[in-house]
Write a new protein. Structure first.
Length: 495
């Protein structure tokens, strides 16, 4: 079923979507804890890195940008330092029109700071803004009016920080319906749902649904009753209730029975951002003309990917394609990552004291020699990352007719080996950029590289790493296997 959704991903590029809501700055302090403070019974976080990301409605904007949409952002924040950081992050995103952003000296920008030791969040520190005044609200309504005729959907990301009020929401629902533009709202539990009456759909989670309807969605009957109450009470066309590990429930107006979209089992690192991801993918797919159920299937898969990330991380189209393609084998697909996701995974491995090993190659038609080599690489350290040439890069190296197997097949076969911890595809002639970013402790190549140039040697040895050569199985190669197959086929035809 998921494989069938792959062709729909091409529709997402360039689709115009308006995002309205509370935009905030998310700051992350990453590090490790090895002792308790002598000043108080609290852990001491030794910070090793920090970064800032778009939060709140900004998470939806970042998701849409990563998926290739044309994003029109409408929000408000201050002229302070966090506001400057927000503006810079928005400028760096491709396809984002920030002309609808209202910056005003009267506003204070909302900022959330999270301290994380390995995969464990220690504390979150919030600096919240006061709601905008009448002048700012008027500018927001004006920005929405200017954008509505140029978008295919409106996504409202509510974090109860005051950007959304009754007058703005009522006007938005009325004007969007008049134009046939769907309005999808991810509501906050502290916001009365009546604010969104007349929207196309709401996407609340289980607890938000219970709070809004007085019905606890526990079993199929109560889930349906709660969803039906939302539709009737708030004059919606349809509703999705996200049910954490149980997936998502969809009910459309007039339907006697809804549809349950189960979630697959996941290794949950962080549930932050899952609701934003559902809103982003669901809204963009609908704006692109996908059927509602197909859009929801994609959103369900995307939300599952998000909870496996540390912090709120945007999902690119190629990563979503990989999720859809290998949904049937989660333990394998989790090992095939782009360089950004691999960098995050390696941060955890290093904090656990693991020595990172890197090797790379084409690994076309995996054979006994490959397995022996990769086991040898893994024995040199604690965590093996395999850089894998893309199809185009192999053709550049070996000519037309290679690879025999496409990238995704080669990646999933490698991921099935116990010795391999991560597979990272690379498209360039050499993986130098990936090596520079991932900074392995040990760089491995076959013993046939003795006396030859090893790409990345100077870099790795320059920061204190080392290069190791691994014994090879003589006489075994993909080229020889292909030649034997060709000879066998030729003999059969002659017979």
């Amino acid at each position: 079923m998921s494989e069938r959704l792959l062709p729909l991903l091409d529709r997402l590029a360039g689709v115009p979507v308006l995002v309205l809501g509370d935009l905030m700055l998310d700051r992350y302090l990453w590090g490790a804890v090895s002792r308790i403070s002598p000043e108080a019974p609290v852990p001491v976080l030794r910070v090793t890195s920090e970064d800032s990301r778009l939060g709140g409605a900004g998470s939806v904007i970042a998701n849409l940008s990563a998926l290739g949409a044309e994003v029109h952002a409408v929000a408000a924040f201050g002229c302070d330092a966090p506001g400057d950081a927000l503006a810079k992050l928005l400028e760096e995103l491709p396809g984002v029109d920030s002309s609808g952003i209202v910056r005003d000296p009267s506003l204070t920008s909302t900022q959330k700071t999270r301290a994380i030791a390995r995969a464990q969040q220690l504390i979150r520190i919030d600096r919240d803004a006061a709601p905008p005044g009448p002048a700012v609200r008027a500018r927001l309504r004006e920005a929405i009016r200017a954008k509505l005729d140029h978008v295919a959907a409106v996504l409202v990301s509510d974090y109860a920080r005051g950007v959304l009020d009754a007058e703005l929401c009522e006007e938005l629902s009325r004007e969007a319906r008049a134009r046939g533009i769907p309005v999808l709202v991810d509501p906050h539990p502290n916001t009365p749902f009546s604010l969104f009456r007349g929207a196309t759909a709401l996407t609340p989670n289980r607890s938000e649904t219970a709070q809004a309807t007085g019905i606890e969605p526990r079993d199929p009957a109560s889930i349906h009753a709660a969803a039906e109450a939302l539709i009737e009470r708030y004059e919606l066309d349809w509703v999705t209730v996200t049910l954490d590990k149980d997936g998502i429930y969809l009910l459309q107006r007039g339907q006697a029975v809804g549809k349950h979209f189960p979630a697959r089992a996941r290794k949950v690192f962080d549930v932050a951002g899952a609701g934003d991801m559902v809103l982003s993918v669901l809204g963009l797919a609908i704006a692109a003309g996908c059927e509602l159920e197909d859009a929801l299937r994609m959103a369900n898969v995307a939300a599952g990917w998000e909870v496996e990330q540390l912090g709120v991380v945007p999902l690119r189209r190629d990563a979503l394609a990989a999720e859809l393609r290998y949904r049937s084998a989660p333990e394998l697909s989790e090992k095939v990552l782009d360089v950004e996701a691999a960098e995050r995974r390696l941060r955890l491995a290093r904090e656990e004291g693991k020595a990172i090993v890197w090797t790379n190659g084409c690994f076309d038609l995996l054979h006994a020699g490959h397995v022996h080599f990769l086991q040898g690489c893994r024995a040199k350290g604690d965590f093996l990352v395999v850089g894998l040439n893309t199809d185009d890069s192999i053709r550049g190296l070996k000519g037309e007719g290679r690879p025999v197997l496409p990238l995704q097949d080669r990646a999933i076969v490698l991921a099935g080996l116990e010795a391999v911890d991560l597979v990272v595809p690379f498209a360039a002639e050499t993986p130098l950029a990936e090596i520079e970013r991932l900074r392995p402790d040990i760089l491995c190549k076959g013993e046939d590289y003795r006396g030859k140039v090893v790409v990345g040697r100077e870099l790795v040895e320059g920061y204190g790493g080392r290069v190791e050569l691994v014994e090879l199985v003589p006489g075994v190669s993909t080229t020889n296997i292909i030649a034997r197959i060709a000879a066998t086929e030729g003999g059969s035809e002659a017979d």
